[in-house]
Design a protein around this ligand. Structure first.
Ligand code: NDP
Ligand code: 8X3
Length: 249
């Protein structure tokens, strides 16, 4: 029987591309997201090997219900791809809308912890894998990214510590930490402003969702004795800036 990957945020971007990449390797995919029409389109594309589940990462009780009520033939999950996430607008935190910041925290962290906990019995039994979609924003601070970066730092540290807790179980835990990937990420961050999104990625050849899906596929397909702890990936044209210095003069 083929292996099963549970992918959160399968309705677009990196999640959808990873669903396609793993399906191409013969995996069956459970795809979760809020947009039912997108899930249905992916189900049409991937066929019987795709189980669409409409769900919201902020609804912790529903996530647990979803895991409890998985159809019998979909219960043995081998890989959890914790991918669903978003960023609030890039306002300085002192000026930011608090509800958008809290929404990012609930979306990026709470459900991930609840879902990981709920799926761990299956992952341990099957010596499976967890891949967390963190970000370079969790390692390198930038203006307007305080809460988003902190949620991603949480993912990275959660994964590393989880590895310690899972020592001896055979479960692998990986943090993939991309830089700029052109998906719907910036569109969502800017409240649907296509121009702002296009401008950010213009003339810089960003990473694509398929680039990161290839990293997911590679980690998932490695032999069981190989654990990639952290994988940081940037577009060639994105690099580091110096420290910012404010002068009173
Ligand atoms: P997209 O906006 O294209 O995809 C985000 C996915 O998350 C969608 O499938 C969306 O589904 C899902 N999602 C958002 N909120 C919820 C929710 N409340 N419940 C369930 N699903 C939700 O962006 P990306 O593909 O780029 O982002 C995927 C991950 O990669 C994110 O965690 C992001 O932080 C991370 N990342 C992205 C980078 C980038 O530059 N794009 C770089 C580094 C990391 P729906 O709206 O249907 O619910
Ligand atoms: C998103 C990557 O560089 O836009 O996580 O913050 S970046």
């Amino acid at each position: 029987m083929s292996r099963i990957a549970f992918i959160t945020g399968a309705t677009s971007g990196i999640g959808a591309a990873s669903a396609r990449a793993l399906a191409g390797e013969g995996w069956r995919i459970i795809g979760l997201g809020r947009r039912k029409d997108r899930l249905e389109a992916l189900a049409d594309e991937l066929g019987e090997g795709f189980l669409p589940i409409t769900g919201d990462m902020r609804d912790l009780e529903d996530l647990q219900r979803i895991v409890r009520q998985l159809p019998e033939e979909w219960q043995g999950v081998d890989l959890l791809l914790n991918n669903a996430g978003l960023a609030p607008p890039m306002d300085d935190f002192q000026d930011a809308d608090l509800s958008a910041q809290l929404n990012a925290m609930h979306t990026n962290m709470d459900g991930l912890v609840a879902l990981t906990r709920a799926l761990l019995p299956s992952l341990i039994e099957r010596k499976g894998s967890i891949i967390n979609l963190s970000s370079v924003a969790g390692s390198y601070p930038y203006r307007g990214g305080a809460v988003y970066g902190a949620t991603k730092a949480f993912l990275t540290q959660f994964g590393l510590s989880l590895r310690s807790d899972l020592s001896g179980t055979g479960v692998r835990v990986t943090s993939i930490e991309p830089g700029m990937v052109e998906t719907e990420f910036t569109l969502v961050r800017n409240g649907g402003d296509h121009e702002a999104s296009d401008k950010l990625y213009a003339d810089m050849d960003p990473l694509t969702a398929d680039d990161i899906a290839e990293a997911v596929r590679w980690c998932a397909m490695l032999p069981a004795n190989v654990n990639i702890n952290r994988l940081e990936v940037m577009p060639t044209n994105q690099s580091f800036a110096g420290f910012s210095v404010h002068r009173d003069t």
